[in-house]
Design a protein. Structure first.
Length: 669
């Protein structure tokens, strides 16, 4: 593996050396013996502030390259929204989720060169630079050119070419003139309103133009450009308009989520979700009964032919009824029983992930659980057994979340003699049922952002909301430190409180949020806020007040009051759903009921679909042919031997899934 990787890297370096046009270079840092640490360079793209400079990149090759991307960061300081101005870290899909084994070091460096040409401030690595590019593009270009000259060796393009150059004094005058022009352009955007007054709303992430439009909509007085404190009625109305009435060309975080496949295809109301599961169960039950009738009919025909008796009893005697059975003998699973069975296998994903060394990341297991839950919205466990689908969903999640494991490595950990072919056999079926939408929006990142905001507030660096123009970061800090104590920690330290709330909230997101219908019924932000309310309700309510204000600052009937009331109601419903979850292992009644469901499933599994999901079976027609061609007793004894073997395998302690749920035995009537 290592030699293959080294040969590929050496070939890529040779290809770069052979290319004399692009200006790209890549050389080992520690000599030719170590090809895992390189230093690459490329020229700044023409027509950009970076033109004329040479940019150095530190490149570290992972052990499983090219299946994982190289780790790159800029050694040359760059003023760019997608590159950290402090550390050189890079925000680029090609070096993360969009990486492919067909890409090379050269193509990665070309992607970085292209990134300098097309910055994306809406997905920044450096928020300060992105903010400058959005609000002061000319200032951004000037600073980027200055950095290119200072750090990348680009020639200065400020000198007066063709006029004998320029003196230092003329350069300073030119820079001051440019700065004055930019300030005039900025002030014109405020349309006569005080800059500080407008910027208090812009700090929430709204554009200057939108805030000014809201001020003009409500007829706010310009007061000759002086700063002053708005009336509470104005504050609430303007904020509500900015939050609720979003112009179509503008995208905020909620709009991004609403454009995702998770919202469009996998979001439901409680009623529609129950209706969908009931429909799936009814259709599956009908197909199961039909398939079992055909299977029993084939077995009766084969048995009768082997014994030299008529294939069917035309008089419809009791013996025929018992042999063939009718619909009343086939008791299918209910929607509630199917749901509980699927939840059991979701919990098995958590346990299976712990068996790997190192354990599979939380995000991979969470994605696999959502794949499994989405699959069984339109499929039934009676049609496709969850054990086979669960393994396939987990392996699929390792690929979609860029956690590379070869199929062989993945299969080695799974107990019970599962082969790689068994794992991937239902893969297309799973992807088809997921509608080929593999994106899962989890609440974990939102939680991290919320905790970071609370930590900033506790350090006196919080950003007050525009509803409170007189509020300061110190006011927020005092309010946070004066909150009622949390019932989950006895420490009086705010730092300890935030750490405990973070830990408990994350544990809820890893367990209850995955095992319930939270992802189908609520947005990721609602889920993590509801989990935070469970962990520390006073802290969660304080966080919401920093965004929307508290009930004491709002008048009943105002837009913000209604918005806050609606949000709290939603969060309460979500937190009740999360708190209602009980792990199967901690509830003896649930475990007993699950054993009953598993036994019931063994009698209502669709025989026509068993092989599709990777389950091993002998088709009814083939079994009948064996019985007709040979000694029926021999066939029966062989099947009994296989059944005993399956039972013995199921009793092995390392098999976390238990034995096979379906045990088919054929006996003479």
């Amino acid at each position: 593996m290592a030699s293959n990787r080294s040969r590929r890297i050496a070939k890529e370096i040779a290809d770069i050396h052979a290319d004399t046009q692009s200006g790209i270079t890549a050389e080992p840092v520690g000599g030719d013996e170590d090809l895992t640490h390189l230093r690459g360079t490329f020229p700044g793209p023409p027509g950009t502030p970076y033109e004329g400079g040479t940019y150095a990149v530190d490149i570290k090759i992972p052990t499983d390259y090219p299946f994982r991307p190289p780790v790159m960061k800029f050694q040359t300081k760059v003023w760019h929204p997608n590159i950290s101005s402090q550390t050189g870290a890079i925000c680029l899909d090609t070096l993360s989720s969009a990486w492919s084994p067909v890409l090379t070091i050269k193509s990665a460096l070309l992607s970085l060169q292209s990134l300098l040409s097309t910055p994306e401030p809406k997905d920044p690595q450096d928020a300060e630079v992105a903010n400058m590019l959005l609000r002061k593009p000319k200032e951004f270009e000037r600073v980027a050119q200055t950095w290119a000259t200072l750090y990348a060796g680009a020639p200065s393009r400020t000198a007066g070419e063709g006029s004998g150059g320029a003196t230092n004094e003329s350069l300073r005058q030119q820079e001051l003139k440019l700065k004055e022009e930019e300030e005039k352009e900025d002030l014109a955007k405020y349309d006569g309103y005080n800059k500080d007054l407008i910027d208090r709303f812009c700090s929430m992430g709204f554009d200057v133009d939108r805030v000014v439009a809201a001020f003009k909509y409500y007829g706010v007085d310009r007061m000759n450009g002086e700063d002053y404190e708005l009336e509470e009625a104005y504050m609430g109305d303007i904020t509500a308009r900015l939050l609720v009435h979003i112009p179509s060309p503008t995208m905020i975080e909620d709009d991004f989520y609403r454009s995702s496949s998770q919202f469009r295809l996998w979001s439901y109301t409680e009623t529609s979700l129950q209706s969908l599961r009931a429909t799936t169960n009814a259709n599956a039950s009908e197909r199961v009964r039909s398939a079992l009738r055909k299977s029993r009919g084939a077995q009766r025909s084969a048995t009768s032919s082997a014994a030299g008796t008529p294939a069917a009893n035309q008089n419809g005697s009791d013996a025929d009824s018992k042999a063939g059975g009718d619909d009343t003998e086939i008791e299918c699973l209910t929607p509630e029983e199917e749901h509980q069975l699927v939840r059991y296998f979701c919990e098995q994903i958590i346990e299976l992930g712990e068996m790997y060394k190192p354990p599979l990341p939380t995000i991979v297991r969470a994605t696999a659980i959502q794949y499994l839950r989405r699959f069984y919205l339109t499929n039934s466990p009676m049609t496709y057994h969850p054990k086979s689908i669960m393994l396939c969903a987990l392996f699929l999640a390792t690929k979609t979340d860029n956690y590379y494991l070869s199929l062989r490595q993945f299969a080695e950990v799974i107990p019970g003699g599962t082969t790689p072919e068994d794992i991937i056999q239902p893969e297309f079926l799973v992807m088809q049922s997921l509608r080929f939408t593999f994106d899962v929006r989890h609440p974990f990142r939102g939680l991290e952002g919320g905790i970071m905001e609370l930590q900033a507030i506790s350090q006196g660096m919080g950003q007050p909301a525009p509803h409170f123009p007189t509020q300061t970061p110190d006011d927020l800090k005092r309010r946070l430190h004066s909150l009622p104590p949390s019932p989950t920690t006895s420490s009086s330290s705010t730092t300890d409180r935030l750490a405990r709330a973070h830990h408990n909230t994350r544990e809820t997101l890893k367990s209850a949020a995955q095992m319930t219908d939270a992802y189908f019924l609520y947005t990721p932000s609602q889920i993590w806020l509801a989990a935070l309310m469970i962990a520390d309700k006073p802290l969660a309510e304080f966080y919401l007040e920093t965004k929307l204000g508290g009930p004491q600052e709002q008048q009943q009937g105002s837009p913000l009051y209604e918005l806050r009331t609606k949000l709290l109601r939603t969060l309460t419903n979500c937190s009740n759903l999360l708190q209602a979850y009980k792990p199967l292992a901690s509830d003896p009644d649930q475990k007993k009921n699950l054993r009953r469901i598993r036994k019931k499933l063994s009698h209502c599994q669709n025989p026509e679909k068993a092989g599709v999901a990777g389950q091993k079976r002998i088709p009814a027609a083939a079994a009948a042919a064996v019985a007709a061609a040979g000694d029926p007793a021999t066939s029966e004894s062989e099947m009994e031997r296989l059944a005993k073997k399956r039972k013995l395998d199921g009793e092995r302690p390392k098999d976390i899934f238990g034995g096979e749920l379906v045990t088919q035995r054929t006996k003479d009537a």
